[in-house]
Design a protein around this ligand. Sequence first.
Ligand code: RNT
Ligand code: ZN
Length: 420
Amino acid sequence: MNELQIKQAYQVAKERYAAIGINTDNALERLQNIKISVHCWQGDDVRGFLTPDGELTGGIMSTGNYPGTAKTPDQLRQDLEKAYSLIPGRHKLNLHAIYLDTDEKVDLNQIEPKHFEKWVAWAKEQGVGLDFNPTFFSHPMMKDGLTLSHPDKEVRDYWIEHGKRSRKIAAYMGRELNQVCYNNFWVPDGYKDNPIDRLTPRKRLMESLDEIFSEQLDEACTQDTVESKLFGIGAEAYTVGSHEFYMGYGLTRDKMILLDAGHFHPTEVISNKLSSLALFGKGLMLHVSRPVRWDSDHVVIMDDELQDIAKELVRNDLLDKTVIGLDFFDATINRIAAWVIGSRNTQKALLKALLEPTADLKAMENHFDFTGRLAYTEELKDFPYADVWNYFCLQNKVPVGLDWLDDVRQYEKEVLSKRN
Ligand code: RNT
Ligand code: ZN
């Protein structure tokens, strides 16, 4: 489509939506203000730069060996710049502690803000915000599949120190970039087989976290979020930090609760949880992801759950209270394409939700006009949201439709294929 065609299609779509009381310009303005926290770890399959080979040695796993993975912070930044150039709007980058950028040999219990200075400088230059995560996996101090809940105090203390330092780094990032750096705690601890004692490890995790969070930090710079999980590879029977654990923890410690779309029973959805948590918690962060059988790591597609998440955020006016992060790491496809597809889909789902006549639909529901509600929601599925989306891409000077794929293929040829 050329520019004129995109504009013409937009005008037609605008009228269609206006007929049901929707102002598409307003919807686009709202979409423009939604920042996605793009996860760095899709760029190198969660390897990071702590060790030269960045091996995954426990707690997390990725599969696939598509060529061109970023091996250095500079390469990762270059790839991210490419991805951001194909995603409309200004966003954030979500970094993990193992993505430090320094020549110094430091371990996770020694990291300091200075080891992330280059990321901060880059973020300033690019106009992106930063979020952060301590890394409780792929490390020899993860013993017996456990970190903060390990029975050995020496093991716990190592990780407590890491957690404390990660908070200082997050505060530094938020201060430097003048926006809150959300610092997410996800701890893989669990057992492969049925435990006898499910309580004591949870008590230890609770106490370790309490110690990590004992220092009050400036909330204008950083806020902590806690992420639960149901099970993982090697922790099939029991995960210490379950959903109930972190609901309780977050609510009693005034921490934001992070919901990862892939961390629940296969038929359980996070979209149905947002409204409940919104009533009680401090706020929400999401890991928008796609569960397939064993974890949450497939690229986000335009499935029902993605659309339901977006609808819940818009219908319940939760956009300001919710940090939208992504979490997937598919190593079988071009990693920049993965970022672009997942991010754009998340934005598209939000746009679709913003193009809904929410007040009218709520009124129908309140008058028990379930017939109208069903007729409208079904008809809306056929509305020309893609013409609005294309116009949004045009406005933001990013490729429209599939055009971004040519860019990615070109980049693969010129840059990625030359890496070894
Ligand atoms: C793992 C969690 C967690 C990680 C990142 C890398 O199951 O979803 O969020 O994916 O910390
Ligand atoms: Zn996650």
